[in-house]
Ligand binder design. Structure first.
Ligand code: SF4
Length: 263
């Protein structure tokens, strides 16, 4: 079936001054959340783009559920910058999927974020840090590259959902994070809505889903899940007291980015 490439005409804001005054980010996030907390994901994305224009980015892992948010965003604008954390530890299937899905959806600005050479040389020269310190490994391969890339944006969008459990149970549709506005358009959606959207738009699945991976991250830290009733993210850092990579942990102003909590 052909993909729906219809792009709704949305007029974005052209930023001539900071869109989020540092002192007012929390208030702005609260106002947007009150307006959008029950809205359809497409409405949320349109509002985000109308408000922030070229200061809006979308962060995607091109993982098991990523096609839904990427397709929704492509209906607003195929030019929204998509930030993809290429940690150097991803499955080859994810890299293939990233290329195929971006091409199918007509995304014109997918940016591959890679760890800094100096961070790898100093902290993980043998690429085996994940064996002894997954927090430090996520810090140099995910948190720092994303922090650097987000510097030019006032707002960003994630694919997190409440049904994933853990801290995500309390997820707001719009929140403030480190002085930026963070949109979670799929916060309210469950598995049924995601599956219906995929079927309606005939979106391709990540190839590892058919091999038992309900969530896909880096190959050393992602396992297939046999129990159909297990949490979606049960295969991520399985057996460790760790459920997130750290990119969604708020940092105090001026503090070094956190280590410890994923896409
Ligand atoms: Fe390293 Fe694993 Fe984190 Fe990937 S998920 S950055 S391999 S610790």
């Amino acid at each position: 079936m052909a993909y729906d490439q219809t792009v709704t005409e949305v007029k974005p804001t052209v930023a001539t001054q900071p869109l989020v005054p540092e002192s007012g980010a929390a208030d702005l996030a609260a106002r947007l959340d009150a307006e959008l907390r029950d809205a359809h994901p497409l409405t949320i994305l349109r509002k985000a783009y109308e408000t922030f224009g070229d200061q809006l980015a979308l962060v995607s892992s091109f993982g098991a559920e990523s096609a839904v948010l990427l397709h929704l965003a492509s209906q607003v604008s195929t030019a929204i910058p998509v930030l993809f954390l290429d940690t150097g530890m991803l499955f080859g299937q994810t890299l293939d999927y990233r290329r195929q899905l971006a091409a199918k959806l007509g995304l014109t600005d997918v940016r591959d974020l890679r760890p800094a050479y100096t961070d790898l040389a100093v902290t993980d020269p043998k690429s085996d840090l994940w064996r002894t310190d997954t927090d430090a490994c996520c810090h140099i391969r995910k948190v720092l590259p994303l922090d650097r890339a987000l510097g030019e944006f006032a707002a960003w969008t994630t694919g997190r959902k409440r049904f994933h459990g853990g801290d995500r149970l309390r997820l707001r549709v719009v929140e403030e994070a480190d002085g930026k506005i963070k949109f979670n358009p799929l916060a309210n959606w469950g598995k049924a809505e995601l599956e219906a959207y995929v079927a309606e738009h005939d979106l391709p699945a990540h190839p590892l889903v058919a091999q038992g991976f309900p969530s896909v991250g880096c190959w050393p830290c992602t396992k297939p899940v046999e129990d159909p009733n297990a949490d979606v993210r049960a295969g991520r850092w399985a057996g460790q007291d760790k459920t997130e990579c750290g990119i969604h942990v708020a940092r105090a102003p001026g503090a070094a980015p956190n280590v410890g909590e994923g896409i």
